[in-house]
Design a protein around this ligand. Sequence first.
Ligand code: PLP
Length: 464
Amino acid sequence: MTPPITKALGSTAKEYVGIQHETPLVVGSTSNWFILDNGRKIFDTTGGAAVTCIGHADSRVKGAIMKQLDQVEYTRATQFRAEAAQELAKLLVQSTNGEMERTMFVSSGSEAVDAALKLTRTYFLTKSNPEPQRTRFIGRLSSYHGASLAGMALGHHIGRRSPFMPLLAHEGPNFSHVSPAHALRYQRENETQEEYVARLEFELEREFIRVGANTVCAFVAEPIVGAGLGCGTAPPGYFKAVRSVCDKFGALLIMDEVMCGLGRTGTYHAWQHPDIGVAPDIQMIGKTLGGGYMPIAGVLIGKKVASAMVENNGVFIHGQTYENHPVACAAALAVQRIIRDEGLVDNVRIRGDEMVDKLKRRLGNHPCVFDIRGRGLFIGVEFAQPMSKTPYPPALKIGARIKAAGMDLHPTWGIAGFPMQGCADGVDGDVTMIMPAYNITSEDVDLVVNAFGDAVERVLGVRG
Ligand code: PLP
């Protein structure tokens, strides 16, 4: 048996709290299954953290990586171009119907968020009539925009940021937050959808005015919310409304599609859903960009920002050693071509609708299931206390227990889940997210729904 890492380091587990030495050891993978060292098989219902999209162990991606390694493994982005980075940029720009013009690639979503914020500031310093007084960003409560200090200041996921609040010195005047758009929890009784959108629009407008409208660089939001709300979709008209507020005050609209982008929700970019219907000025992507084969994320830069930077010879002071990394770009290019050439986004829509439908049939009447929602294969099942529909106390760890039950379902196999304890600042309770790879079959949907249903019933009872 492999010794625990902590032992190998000659120390105790408590001293190395960051090391997940008790997680199961994966020794192999096929399609959408992990194979553990004890021979058990685990179906990956969540693509890790919404990353895996074409399945595991794809020989075509492996081939692309090997080919790139034969050509050149690394170039410094500011000195040389690699063909893979260029082709990946082309593919992504073409997917936006002319809305986005430039790209940059970094190694993680958190880095992409930082780069986007700095690029926005640079844009306001560079454009023909510079506005150096613009230093502020408005984000949303309950949001998660990465683990970096800037991402945590922009985000507002209490559970993930509270220990680090003293480090977010720059949050002070430069980052503030408005309400998320989540009708399920926050639309008032006797309020129509239009009135709810108007209330959120008014709140954002007031926030611009409160902080000084001409000091705001951008409003930043996930078009479909992942970690903060567990697949929270804004009411139709919301993004058109916030776009008009940004335009009115001369600020940019930034969309963080690190988790919901590149096909995950049933359109290639989440902003291409008709009910969102507006393109951002800057967009972050990540996770399914490399599909797990390489760590890679990116920033897509819209016409307005790209043109201003180019016309004014703008320099973006943001060099990173592994920017546009050739091998990561080659892997991402292979993954994105597979998504495109195999029509996987269509499969996401079809299997996503099927999954939500079957989950509703299996669990829709369970008294502890508060909501089953989804866009493509970005699905949230929210649990709440029967009758009152209030969240479970976080100490009960409902989501974590359902995850554990899923892993442990059968002697030889289980499913990997993605629980989010006390998300949405502790008011939305437990949501389990289901985010499998884009290539799943109808049989896979049945397997996930049955196994997840069994895991829920094992923890919460057949009738709650
Ligand atoms: N932005 C969003 C919306 C995310 O969901 C995440 C990660 O979950 C990030 C940014 C940060 O990405 P990464 O974990 O790759 O740094």
